[in-house]
Design a protein around this ligand. Structure first.
Ligand code: GRF
Length: 209
């Protein structure tokens, strides 16, 4: 069986990338074949290099506009025959052309229970709103902001202290389980979009751990 080829895009520290490398890379036919970033100094790039994974940098400043940058990034990923693109703290909106080219083959992890608190600083939004429960969502990426079909979600209680650092730590802990789990399910062919309602995603129960 040929490998399931994964690409990861990340802008920051890359702890989610690390979870993917630790839990999935080189196992059950899954290979991380490329890690791209819009930031030359992203720690995620060092994590990829340490794992022997090829990296690419696509800074906005090097291109005329976002569409051209994303076209270059899409070609780079296309040349590597990636099966799935994972946004793991990739802090830019992808162009509609990029999303169309890889339709239903891009997933994102978001630190809230969508559709609540989309966009930037979801943790801050949840705290400012007085939410008692928030969580983590893994979803397919469409042309909107955190608006694509939901794959997996897990709720997290906001701590009684409403301490941001404590909540963020718990969110990261859950992300590091939920994102690899979603990728594993997709790689296993256990995820199907409902033909009657493309917002609804079915997951084969027997494949879930
Ligand atoms: C995560 O909280 C993710 O939900 C958000 O960006 C953060 C990335 O963290 N989209 P890291 O770079 O994986 O540590």
């Amino acid at each position: 069986m040929s490998a399931f080829r994964l690409a990861v895009l990340a802008s920051g520290t890359g702890t989610n990338l690390q979870a993917i490398l630790d839990l999935l890379h080189g196992r059950d036919g899954v290979e991380v074949v490329a890690v791209g970033s819009n930031k030359r100094d992203a720690q995620a790039l060092e994590r990829a290099s340490s794992a022997g994974v090829e990296t690419g940098v696509f800074c906005g400043a090097d291109y005329a506009d976002r569409a051209q940058r994303d076209a270059a990034m899409a070609d780079w990923l296309g040349e590597r025959n990636v099966d799935l693109i994972v946004l793991a703290g990739y802090m830019e909106l992808l162009s509609p052309e990029f999303v169309r080219r890889f339709r239903n083959r891009i997933v994102n992890v978001h630190p809230a229970l969508l559709p609540s608190f989309p966009g930037l600083d979801a943790v801050g939004q949840a705290l400012a709103h007085g939410a008692r429960v928030t969580g983590v969502t893994v979803h397919l990426v469409d042309e909107g902001v955190d608006s694509g079909p939901i794959l997996l979600q897990r709720a997290i209680k906001v701590p009684y202290t409403r301490d941001r650092a404590e909540l963020e730590e718990e969110i990261h802990r859950v992300e590091h389980e939920l994102l690899p789990e979603a990728i594993r399910l997709i790689a296993a062919g256990a995820v199907h979009i409902d033909p009657k309602n493309p917002r609804v995603v079915h997951v084969d129960v027997e494949t879930r751990e």
